[in-house]
Design a binder for this molecule. Structure first.
Ligand SMILES: Nc1ncnc2c1ncn2[C@@H]1O[C@H](COP(=O)(O)OP(=O)(O)O)[C@@H](O)[C@H]1O
Ligand SMILES: [Mg+2]
Length: 251
């Protein structure tokens, strides 16, 4: 029943991800249901959707962590994923966590370079439990970056951070994306976060991409502009959230 069609996207190098007719069911219920999705190389896409609509399920498929699917999924070989929880092994120092699972046992210096990129160079030798929430999340980002991904998958990576740390982490991801030039798919339930960061915002509903819009706003972006407000209003409507009733953490 599993159709494993993961493979490199080589036919067209301007395409980072191509998904056609993807279906993933749990106990006979299709959570992802005939989903089509194309991501361009180097593009930053935000994926919005109500809690339980299948965002994480889709991300796990794109990451290659779930192959019990039907349909076509073409993704780059070099891909990395970071989740809401940093998922660091407590018994390994930070730099070893960054290198975890990489082939050929790279040297500590490789981890240190990635940690420096996220502003954590000095904590390479620390134990995970001594890191703050924001630092642990940056270590998790370093672990993704060290894989030099063509596709970076982020599943609500800032969801557990306090407001200020979250803003810093968002800025860091924007910088890293601009420097690295990889395609990014950011799952978030925060419309403002999507509009601050992404080239394109998608809304997932009923197991498929129900709505998509380019985010043609100059960077750096501010939440206050009329264009920003118009896009936010439209996306909230697509999410089925009344604007005046929408808290920042609406899910
Ligand atoms: N391993 C699993 N077994 C059974 N049901 C699952 C499993 N993973 C996810 N689901 C169900 O699939 C639906 C979508 O989950 P998920 O992709 O995590 O949603 P989201 O990330 O959008 O909040 C939910 O109803 C969830 O309960
Ligand atoms: Mg999720």
């Amino acid at each position: 029943m599993a159709t494993d069609l993961h493979g490199p996207v080589s036919a067209r190098s301007d395409t980072a991800v191509r998904v056609e007719g993807l279906t993933r069911s749990f106990d006979g219920r299709a959570v992802v249901d005939g989903l089509d999705l194309t991501l361009r190389a180097g593009e930053f896409t935000a994926l919005l959707g109500r809690s339980g609509c299948g965002k994480s399920t889709l991300l796990r498929v794109l990451a290659g962590l779930d192959r019990d699917i039907t349909g076509t999924v073409l993704v780059p070989k070099r891909r990395a994923v970071a989740f809401q929880a940093p998922r660091l092994m407590p018994w390994k120092r930070v730099w070893r966590n960054v290198l975890l699972g990489l082939p050929d046992k790279p040297e500590r210096a490789v981890a240190e370079r990635a940690l420096e990129e996220v502003g954590l160079g000095e904590r390479a030798g620390a134990w995970p439990k001594t890191l703050s929430g924001g630092e642990a999340q940056r270590a998790s980002l370093a672990r993704a970056l060290v894989r030099e991904p063509d596709l970076l998958l982020l599943d609500e990576p800032f969801g557990a951070l306090d407001a200020l740390t979250r803003i810093k982490a968002q800025q860091l991801v924007a910088e890293l994306w601009q420097r690295r030039g990889c395609a990014v798919l950011l799952v978030t339930h925060d419309v403002d976060e999507a509009l601050l960061l992404a080239d394109r915002a998608l809304v997932m509903r009923d197991g498929a991409i129900a709505y998509g819009t380019p985010v043609d706003l100059d960077r750096p972006r501010t939440v206050g502009s009329p264009e920003f407000a118009a896009l936010r209003s439209r996306l909230l409507t697509e999410l089925g959230v009344a604007e005046d009733a929408a808290p920042a953490e609406a899910a």
